[in-house]
Write a protein that binds this ligand. Structure first.
Ligand SMILES: [Zn+2]
Length: 506
């Protein structure tokens, strides 16, 4: 909190004392952050959102975004004022139908509702706004919104919401969403969940309506606008299935389709291993201009670069793995990123084994041998990488090795039981690494502190490769003194390419 906002808080508290005179507890301003140690300003305190209704107009010509977001929430404490995370220019705010005064500063939209808010009170917050999102920078001078030649991409982790809708921007406050976006006729607008349909507007524009009915984190809510080929059908399991391919994929278009069109098959495989698919729709989007891929709920978005060497089902397995690990079970704090990236990366190894391009053990052996003991790779702790290294390569590769170390320690039966128990018990919620360790110990009946301490929380290369048998270890000892490395699995080149590109989302 800055000196200035401290002063504001003091004044507001004094006002609150007057306002709530006669009540036992004084109201105070809601916290401007959700208490995340890596990103203290992300999210807010004092209320809990249940639904976002985002209703926008977007003109690709000039990158003009305008409209209204209606937020349904409940106060979790007596409040004199509270914050939303938002960077665009606000025109007006109403709280429970009364105009509320507001101040926009440094990504925090501070609202002062008339008469304050009582704990437990239902809130309907209506924010009307208009801006040019590609010109808007956050406190680090960064713009997450991408203007493309034919539209825009609102995609980003850990932050994107502030460039297109006001929110409580932290994975601990998930909500359902309706995203309705009007664009000029002939332009496509794609988001999460089920496609509810198009509505023709009178002015030569078309409104695209999307609905997410399961709890969804703000950063996993996306919007893609431009020229797309849309394929809409139903999966063999009966779910709505929408894929979208940018018309600018060029020679990567067919390889992208040969990958994304297998989405229901990959989901079916993952569900057999980690538990029922948690969401109501499926799909994917392939586009240039993103530079990485992101596991947007029900519909990941993939940069075209993943397909420049042909079809790549590993990145599909990775992003779909996140539907369980990251989307349904989200990080409690961003420090818990291993629960997302370690497991999504491990899903690539399971998929590699499934399609006969190298077992999980072979992938583990190769990855362990890839990084010599003096490599800085081993200095990054997957269990606490630091705010600047949340998406470091080690969170993915060492993170997957940590998962394989667990599998080797408890055996296949208990391992998959742990994964299924985890995804069932924490479904639609958020969780910590410590909670995962507790579930692993409970299901396996084993004491696993040392294993996780070694693989997640201790710098340096662990002495033992996970699950490598004595025979295999002997084979890698060359008679010529230099230890031989494990053979490269067929899947490795594409997994390597996938991780190099995924590292780009910083
Ligand atoms: Zn990932």
């Amino acid at each position: 909190m800055s000196i200035r906002s401290k002063a504001t808080a003091a004044v507001a508290s004094a006002a609150a004392m007057t306002l709530f005179a006669g009540t036992a507890l004084a109201a105070s301003p809601g916290a401007p952050g959700a208490g995340d140690p890596y990103f203290p300003k992300y999210g807010n305190g004092g209320y809990d959102v249940s639904h976002y209704d985002i209703r926008l107009n977007y003109n690709p010509n000039g990158d003009q975004l305008s409209g209204t977001t209606t937020i349904l929430a409940k106060a979790t404490e007596d409040l004199t004022q509270f914050n939303l995370d938002f960077l665009l220019k606000v025109k007006s705010v109403r709280v429970n139908n009364a105009p509320a005064s507001f101040v926009s500063d440094d990504g925090e939209l501070t609202l002062t509702p008339r008469g304050g808010v009582r704990k437990g009170q239902d809130l309907t917050i209506v924010v009307t706004y208009a801006d040019t999102p590609s010109t808007v920078k956050d406190r680090n001078g960064f713009t997450a919104w991408t203007k493309t030649p034919d539209g825009a991409l609102a995609i980003g982790e850990p932050e994107i919401a502030s460039w297109w809708f006001p929110s409580n921007d932290h994975p601990t406050d998930k909500a359902t969403f309706d995203v309705n976006v009007a664009v000029p006729n002939g332009v496509e607008a794609i988001s999460n969940g089920t496609f509810v349909g198009q509505t023709r507007q009178i002015n030569g524009w078309t409104r695209w309506n999307w609905r997410s009915t399961k709890p969804q984190a703000t950063y996993l809510t996306f919007l893609t606008i431009g020229q797309f080929e849309i394929r809409q059908t139903t999966t063999p399991s009966g779910q709505p299935y929408v894929n979208a391919y940018s018309e600018r994929l060029g020679e990567n278009a067919d390889a992208a389709k040969a990958s994304l069109e297998r989405t229901p098959e990959v989901i079916e495989f993952l569900a057999e291993n980690v538990g029922p698919y948690p969401f109501e729709a499926q799909g994917g989007v392939a586009t240039p201009n993103l530079g990485y891929a992101l596991e947007n709920q029900t519909r990941p978005v993939y940069d075209t670069a993943f397909f420049r060497r042909g079809a790549n089902t590993y990145v599909v397995a990775h992003e779909l793995g996140h539907q369980w690990f990251g989307d349904s079970v989200s990080v409690h704090h961003w420090r818990d990123i291993w629960l997302n990236e370690g497991f999504a990366s491990y899903m690539e190894w399971l998929w590699s084994e499934h399609i006969g391009e190298g077992t999980a053990q072979e992938n583990s052996d190769f990855t362990y041998d890839l990084y010599p003991a003096d490599s800085p790779f081993w200095d990054v702790l997957p269990g606490d990488p630091g705010a600047g290294a949340v998406f470091d390569g080690a969170v993915y590769d060492r993170g997957a090795l940590a998962v394989h170390a667990l599998r080797a320690a408890v055996g296949d039966e208990k391992f998959f039981q742990i994964l299924k128990t985890w995804t069932a018990e924490k479904k639609y919620s958020d969780a910590t690494i410590e909670e995962f360790i507790a579930v692993a110990e409970r299901v396996s009946g084993q004491q696993l502190d040392e294993l996780f301490q070694t693989w997640l929380f201790t710098k340096g290369k662990p002495a033992q490769a996970p699950g490598r048998t004595a025979d295999a270890a002997a084979r890698t000892l060359s008679v010529d003194s230099a230890p031989a490395k494990a053979a490269e699995p067929k899947s490795r080149a594409k997994i390597q390419l996938t991780h190099e590109l995924l590292d780009a989302h910083k």
